[in-house]
Ligand binder design. Structure first.
Ligand code: AP5
Length: 186
């Protein structure tokens, strides 16, 4: 059973929804950089203050900031003897992917599978507009999609070339998508 997973896909593809369920069911650390950043914003920390305006515009927060968050969580988990994790929303560009590789080499760990959630833009837009998070208005969603295409989508080829990428149809009910993902993991 695969224990070190990465979810890739555009905003609204259902990464968070699927990751939460799967991580709970398999006792994996669910590491969502978006959730962690929103918690910092809510807490009003220095980090949150730096991230807030960037997130509201739908742009990427600095690599250094995000990497520090991921490093501390993965190191802590390794120290506690845990090893299974699900990264959701990270890495988001090639620099982050390369930094993750270096970090995992330090920890003696490896990604076992990268699941790409695939969905049409029209459905993504509908899902996000009906959620209504602070960064879910139409102009910002379109910008997040552009940022995804320019900066994150190159990771598809990056992980394909490493033989790690598996695509999943992310349309339909949550349970049906979960079953498609689970079928790839055992
Ligand atoms: P992040 O929180 O990662 O947002 P995102 O990638 O834009 O993803 P979303 O949460 O919008 O979508 P999702 O694919 O997780 O779908 P979800 O399950 O929520 O990032 C936010 C911001 O933080 C970024 O813009 C950036 O500024 C910053 N950031 C984060 N990580 C970063 C990084 N690594 N580097 C730099 N900056 C970073 O579902 C969406 C909606 O659809 C929900 O309402 C859900 O209930 C619904 N839904 C889900 N599945 C279904 C279904 N099957 N049918 C119907 N509705 C569904």
């Amino acid at each position: 059973m695969k224990q070190r997973l990465l979810f890739l896909g555009p905003p609204g593809a259902g990464k968070g929804t699927q990751a939460e369920q799967l991580a709970k069911g398999r006792q994996l650390l669910h590491l969502s950089t978006g959730d962690l950043l929103r918690a910092e914003v809510k807490a009003g920390s220095a980090l949150g203050q730096q991230a807030e305006a960037v997130m509201a515009r739908g742009e990427l927060v600095s690599d250094a900031l995000v990497l520090a968050i991921v490093r501390s969580r993965l190191e802590r988990q390794a120290e506690e003897g845990g090893s299974g994790w699900l990264l959701d929303g990270f890495p988001r560009n090639l620099a982050q992917a390369e930094a993750l590789e270096r970090l995992l080499a330090e920890l003696g760990q490896q990604i076992e599978i990268v699941v790409l959630l695939e969905l049409d833009d029209s459905v993504l837009l509908q899902r996000l507009l009906s959620r209504g998070r602070a960064d879910d208005n139409e102009a910002v969603i379109r910008h997040r999609l552009e940022v995804y295409r320019e900066q994150t989508a190159p990771l598809i080829r990056y992980y394909q070339e490493k033989g790690l990428l598996e695509g999943v149809d992310a349309s339909g009910p949550v349970e049906a998508i979960a079953a498609r993902i689970t079928a790839l993991l055992d």
